[in-house]
Every structure is written in C-alpha cells, then in structure tokens.
Design a protein around this ligand. Structure first.
Ligand code: ZN
Length: 293
C-alpha cells in the first residue's frame, strides 16, 4: 500500500514549489505559488494544503526544505534572494509541522539538492565531471567531480568586467559581481536604470527584437554570462555545463552566449552546454534525493 513518506518544498526567491511524495517515490500534485515575504507562514499554509490524513501526518518520515543560501545544521545562515541577511533556524520555525515522533525536518541548500537530482536522474548518468549552473534570482554553480558533488561554486559573486554600467551593486553588497549583471535581481536593477518603462525581465526579453534599450540590457547580461561561463571553464575541465533556474531554462536563447562569445574569455576548450532535462521541478526532486540518500 502506498502512503505519504515526505513533503518536499523548493523555496526560491520568486516561486515556492511543494509536493507530497509517496513511499514509492511518486510525486503528488505540485503546488506552485509566488514566494511571500512571510515564507515560513507560507510553508506552513502549503503543508496544510498538501492534504494528509492525521495518520499520514503522524507518520511522515521527512519534511525537506530546499532553500537558497548557505545552510549549516538546519540553520539558514543568510539568503539574499529571500531578503534574509541574518541566520534563521528554519528547523525550529517549522517544528509545529511535526506531529508524529519519527518525522525529521531537513533543510538543504537548493543547489546541493538540485545536484543530487541531476546526479541520479539527469546528466550525472553520462558525465562524471560537470557543473550545474543556476541562472535564477541569483547565480551559482554546483560542481561534480569524479561523480561526487564538491563544495564551492559561488562564481556568481566573482567580479567581471561589464560591457556597460560599471560598479553595479550586487545583492551581496559588493560591486561588479557576475550576478549584478545577469541574475534576476541584477537584470531587474539594470531595467530600473536603463529601461524603467518595463517591469519584468519577460517584458524586456519580448521587446528584444524591436527596442534598442531592451537589446542593451540583454547584451549586458549575455556578455556577463560569457565571462562567467569562461571563468568556470578556465577553473576546471569538465565534460559539460548543465543549465537550470527560471532564467536559464526559459530565456536560454537570449541569455546563454554562443561558444564563439565564450571563447573570447576562455583558455580551455568549451564543453557541451545544455539545459537540464529535469525542468523546474529539479529542486523538489533534489529534496527527495537529499532525504533518501
Ligand atoms: Zn555578489
């Protein structure tokens, strides 16, 4: 008989996704909502909407939350995409969700979780050495070497030499970070400076063909990505770079530079660059693998 084994949450700067997963690894329907400022209250509310019988809730094995930012012993140390500058004991905040004795709450960095999903069900099946690059509210990369995930990958906060608008401030407080020009937050701040008539990145991407200012923004972001990707390629020889994140997946054609553009900044040869086949639910799948592995 199938029962619910865990609830998984993928908490992002823009969206929160959640699902129940059965003991056979089957996903129930996925809830997706814009992330609210009170994301703790929102997780609790969604947990209730992911209907469980009292018996099922008492016998949940895991509640897993994948979140941006560094995590240590269940503590979220900071998370700029969530507007969180100080540490937060997410395990403690969510303790009221645990009604049974055996439920474990797991908090994991979202990129670490996504790497597990990619290793088990994505390009990890064919490559031993690869990056998983997320282009989303923020920018960061998971690193897999010899089939194992290794720590690091904060390439998004390394400086680049921007095409225009130097000294752009990043959400980390520094200037000229790759993220300051090509992450969701970075592009939004470029829009405010260069093209305030538009509000969203989607609008700017749509206007790319007909409006000069939209092209300027996209070209700055695309060039920042060429420099950032080259930085990654120069650092390690890998078989491929897998792209994930809302911008990486949905604006791939405009924002991911060609090999010729990347070669301007890279010494090593350019590996294969591909979109993850796991789509937007990679974070939930990663949360699942984090619990069972
Ligand atoms: Zn930064």
């Amino acid at each position: 008989m199938s029962y619910i084994k865990m609830q998984v949450f993928d908490l992002g700067g823009t969206w929160i996704r959640a699902a129940n997963i059965s003991n056979e690894g089957k996903f129930g329907s996925i809830i997706k909502e814009p992330t609210e400022e009170d994301f703790i209250g929102q997780i609790k509310k969604i947990s209730g909407q992911l209907t469980l019988s009292t018996e099922e809730r008492n016998h949940l094995d895991y509640i897993v939350v994948a979140t941006p930012g560094p995590v240590r012993d269940g503590m979220l140390l900071s998370a700029p995409p969530l507007g969180l500058k100080n540490s937060l004991d997410l395990k403690k905040e969510l303790a009221s969700l645990v009604t049974g004795k055996s439920t474990e709450i797991i908090v994991e960095n979202d990129l670490n979780a996504a790497v597990l999903a990619e290793l088990h069900e994505g390009y990890g099946k064919q490559w031993n050495n690869f990056y998983l690059l997320t282009l989303s509210t923020g920018i960061g990369a998971g690193i897999v070497l010899n089939g194992k995930s290794v720590k690091g990958g904060e390439f998004g906060h390394s400086p680049i030499n921007p095409l225009e608008y130097p000294d752009q401030r990043c959400s980390c407080g520094r200037t000229n970070c790759w993220s300051a020009y090509a992450s969701g937050k970075g592009i939004e701040s470029l829009i405010k400076k260069i093209y305030p008539k538009y509000e969203t990145i989607e609008e700017v991407c749509k206007a790319y063909k007909k409006e000069e200012a939209a092209r300027t923004i996209i070209n700055i972001a695309n060039n920042a990505n060429a420099q950032g990707l080259a930085m990654m390629i120069n650092a390690l020889e890998v078989e491929g770079i897998v792209i994930m994140g809302s911008l990486g997946l949905h604006q791939y054609n405009l924002l991911i530079p060609s090999n010729i553009e990347i070669e301007e900044y890279a010494i090593n040869s350019i590996p294969e660059i591909v979109k993850t086949k796991l789509g937007d639910t990679i974070g939930l799948l990663g949360a699942y693998y984090r619990a069972i592995s």
